[in-house]
Design a binder for this molecule. Sequence first.
Ligand code: ADP
Ligand code: MG
Length: 270
Amino acid sequence: AADLERPEQTRVLTVSNQKGGVGKTTSTVNIAAALADQGFNVLVVDIDPQGNASTGLGVPHSAETDSIYDVLIDDLSFADVVADCPDLDRLQVIPATIHLAGAEIELVSLVAREQRLQRALDQYHRYRDENGQERLDFVFIDCPPSLGLLTVNAFVAAREVLIPIQCEYYALEGLSQLLNNINMIQKHLNPPLQVSTILLTMYDGRTNLASQVAEEVREHFPDAVLNAMIPRNVRISEAPSYQQSVITYDRSSTGALAYLEAAAELVQRG
Ligand code: ADP
Ligand code: MG
């Protein structure tokens, strides 16, 4: 769409929610793919040891693959480990491997343990510049469902937090813990950090519960919640088994259209 302008600076978003299964990885993969599809330069940083974002975007992440683990622990650079998404020209991935499961512990004793991701990302911006590569428009960091040092690194490296919320019972439960942690990070490590975006996921408009939850979330966060909501859609859940985003897997599905809409809104709200 011609009306979507590139952001003036790279926007770095951490996709976080300490609950598992709420659509963090699915939203990371599909918003990133939607933006790349619209011509933006996008980088996904996978910092979940499960490596689901790496899988979903079709990049290798077996135990032998150089990955975000080697960046955080052994000082490899992003340029050493970055992989191209096979389906979308402007989409790159820093993969995660199972080794990352140990990083939470290994980070504890390292110098600048909270800043290692931020430093690697800053260095990569300079690397791209020096090598004549276009500036990144968006960076998405896909977090594990915990608030440990990996997630702290993501909060320190980002300006924005994107919180996916599943429209079900207990959607808001535990969210205050996440918000407290973000406040702590703002206070001590990264003052500009803000919850810029909340995305309602797995929305089933046929149930009263889903619309009640959506309404409640909008009341709590009137400015951050996107108008676009992601419906529960089988194409979204099928796409990862083909190692694809739903954008390339089935572009006309309601799931793909919803993620394209959410991505456009994210750009416009810049
Ligand atoms: P998280 O990263 O927060 O743990 P995921 O993104 O992996 O959550 O999603 C959990 C599961 O729900 C996955 O199997 C995924 O395919 C499925 N899922 C996520 N969003 C949708 C959706 N909108 N419709 C159908 N299935 C979905
Ligand atoms: Mg995940």
